[in-house]
Design a protein around this ligand. Structure first.
Ligand code: HEM
Length: 77
C-alpha cells in the first residue's frame, strides 16, 4: 500500500473521529456538562490538528514533482 493511499484512509478515519467528538461536545453542552467539564469543548482539537496534517499532505501531492507520483487515471470507454 502506498503512503498517499494510507494517508487518505487515515484522513477519512480521522474525519469520522473528529465528527464524533463534535457531536459529543454538543450533547455535553446540551446536558449542561460543559459547565464543569470545559475540556469537552477541546475534544475535537487533536483530531482536527491531525486532519490538517494529513489534509495538507494530500493537498501538496499534485505539486510534488519528480517523486514518481501516479496521476489519477480517468477511466475511458
Ligand atoms: C483541517 C484541514 C483540512 C485540510 C487541509 C483538508 C484537506 C483535504 C484534501 C486536500 C483532501 C483531498 C481532496 C481530493 O481528493 O482532491 C481531503 C479529503 C477529505 N477530507 Fe479533508 N481536510 C481538512 C479537514 C477535514 C475535516 C474537518 C473533515 C471532516 C470532518 C475532512 C474530511 C475529508 C474527507 C472525508 C475526504 C475524502 C477522503 C477520501 O478520499 O477518502 N477533512 N481533505
Amino acid at each position: 500500500m502506498t503512503w498517499s493511499k494510507r494517508n487518505r484512509q487515515l484522513h477519512r478515519a480521522l474525519s469520522i473521529i473528529f465528527t464524533s467528538t463534535v457531536v459529543i461536545a454538543f450533547i455535553g453542552a446540551a446536558l449542561g456538562l460543559t459547565e464543569t467539564a470545559m475540556w469537552l469543548f477541546y475534544l475535537p482539537l487533536p483530531p482536527l490538528f491531525l486532519l490538517m496534517g494529513t489534509g495538507l499532505y494530500m493537498f501538496v501531492q499534485p505539486y510534488r514533482k519528480g517523486r514518481n507520483n501516479r496521476q489519477t487515471v480517468v477511466h475511458q470507454h
